[in-house]
Structures are given as C-alpha cells and as structure tokens.
Design a protein. Sequence first.
Length: 116
Amino acid sequence: QVQLVESGGQLVQAGGSLRLSCTASRGASSDYDMGWFRQAPGKEREFVAGINWSGSRTYYAEFVRDQLTISRNNAKNTVYLQMNSLKPEDTAVYYCNARTGSFSAWGQGTQVTVSS
C-alpha cells in the first residue's frame, strides 16, 4: 500500500512562494492520480489541484487561478505544488492524496502559514 509524505510547508510572508513536495513509497506514484487538498482551521478539507497518473492532465479549484501549479516526476515518485503570491488566507495544512479506482491514500499533511 502506497505511503505519502509531504514536505515543504513553512512560515512565509504574504506575496512569497513555496513549493510543496509529496513523495510516495511502497508503490510507484505513476500507478495513481494525485491531488493536493488543504484544510484551514475551523474549515473542511478542500480540493486544491489534481494531476493524472502520467501528468498529461491537471485540474484546479476555481480559487486557484494562476497562483498554483501542480506537477509530477514519476521517476522520483514525487508530486509538487508550486504556490506563488501567497496570501494569509492560504494558511492551512496541505495534504497529498493518491487515488486509483476505489483506493485512496493520504499523507500526514504539511503546515503552510502565510503572515501578513
């Protein structure tokens, strides 16, 4: 069963950039469609971005617009989320998800905090 580990979250000032990484182990990431979700304090977890197994298709939440870019490197079993022009409302725990058929796995999350 695939295991996911996120990294890259940290405290950053508004307007800054971060790149989150999600590395899969105990399985090849190329077997899965991957996605990023986030959960802010007191709010439900929400979809941010997704990418199919080959990287040929990407999907974004409406609020993302040009701010975020999802990509993957299957040779490294890693999916990335490039975040630019960060705002305080982007503060959340960011979770990686792997999905195939009815199977779904989550990472433990990485904290992103954007200060004003």
